[in-house]
Design a protein around this ligand. Sequence first.
Ligand code: ARG
Length: 587
Amino acid sequence: MKTLIDLIAENVKDAFVSAGYDEKYAKVTLSNRPDLCEYQCNGAMAAAKEYKKAPIMIAGEVLEHIKEKEMFSSIEAVMPGFINFSISSSYLAGYINEMNEDVLLGCNKVDNPKTIVIDYGGANVAKPLHVGHLRSAVIGESIKRMFKYLGHKVVGDVHLGDWGLQMGLIITELQERKPDLVYFDENYDNEYPSEAPFTISELEEIYPCASAKSKQDEAFKEKAHMATLRLQQGYAPYRAIWKHILNVSVEDLKKNYGNLNVSFDLWKGESDADEYIPEMIEVLKEKNLLHESEGAMVVDVVEESDTKEVPPCIIQKSDGAALYATSDLATLVQREKDYDPDMVVYVVDKRQEMHFTQVFRVAKKAGIVKDDTQLVFNGFGTMNGKDGKPFKTREGGVMRLENLMKEINDAVFEKMMDNRSISEEEARKTAEIVGLAALKYGDLSNQAAKDYVFDIERFSSFEGNTGPYILYTIVRIKSILNKYLEENQIEDTMILAPEGDSEKELMLLLARYNDVIENAIQDLAPHKICAYIYELSNAFNKFYHETKILTCEDEKRKRSYINLISLAKKGLEECIDLLGFSAPDRM
Ligand code: ARG
């Protein structure tokens, strides 16, 4: 379906052309004076310069040439040269009914679906999932859902950090603690046990301990480096330990991501890229891109238009060790082979932007990806505490995601128990659903690239621009529909032309659904969906307060109301599904 704004713009374009003006001036926007009109065109002001005419005259002429007048309830030329439009109620109802018949509520499936790999999550194996990984998971999951919604072929890859020094650190620490394990017996030549020599809690304690040690103890650090190198070179006992670390961690990660309603199509990691490194380096050599600099092998990636320094991309250190960039380039080789993607989107902390600039440039220069493959860095800002500094626990440590979720669920639970009389058990269950919405909406409603303050009190509030408020609105609609259905059946889906202002406002908002969703997807911007559902919820609630829905005496009108609010519910539910959370039946 065409968007309403495009339909208006088509009319306006024709009118500009018929009146003898360039169509480029025929841009239509939402009104910024909703008290005066619903849509507006400011093109006459811009055209005035080219045509050396008063804008109001141009606006007046254009207005004369608008053909589809039945689309509007009013069209006005207003000083100094605005053209103001309001949509006619019957036209609006027609549009809404068409939307209501459509599975995608008026959005258009793409004609040429792209293959898109989304690299998000990015957890590091053996380290507990902490709040730093929250944003990547939450934003990435939403972007994945948005692309899928329009029919793209999407592959979500968690891209675990499973190959770095943390592995060597754990192996070394494990050896100090349990030297008798078979993995450390050079003469052992049987199969290695299938049972891991540690649990997830042990693992989570071993890593920070080893990491701290390595900062004080040079010899320990050196051993860990050696262990990492041996692991990467394929030393069987270390590979066996590594597999255990991976299995134990991934199981835990799956549980945690699951609680966040985040899932991946692929559970690959840096280690999977390893086998593609030699081939990737060969390509760089063939293209004469690699050269030596201070003992390391690097690729220059400076471009003339750079406004800040872009250092060479280091591919290999002097000791031959691979680096972060090496791994990301090899991963691109792998993704080309496996998926031949049209687009790869990275949802990573924006502080890694330079790394990705370098990697993307090398990949293009070397032809590791095709010229027209879009490599997109979708960097996100930091989640801060109320003090404006990166979010920490009260004790100043790194907050584990699990604990963070528990805090927000508790906050929601308390509000529910204060408010009403549902059983504690139901409140607990519902608090998990609502808590997740509070957490995700609190994050996603901010433009991803910006830092934001994580404020449990505000996020879990049932009023204002919050996840719980959106859910509350959906629950309210569900309860009206349930009451209606107790005594009636839904006979048709017809929505009548609006009579009241708040009814029309609600319809105007619903009519914007396809425009908002397509735009949000285009810009990888879940926050636009959040802004929209906040407005939509407000419009519904206003309508609800001003309208007798269930007690409406005109049966036909009542049915139309019911159909309208069902559509509002559908719209809201689709949106929150795109954001990655859902609504309970009661709260
Ligand atoms: N594991 C990395 C980190 O914690 C994030 C990985 C992002 N993805 C990538 N392809 N580099 O910083």
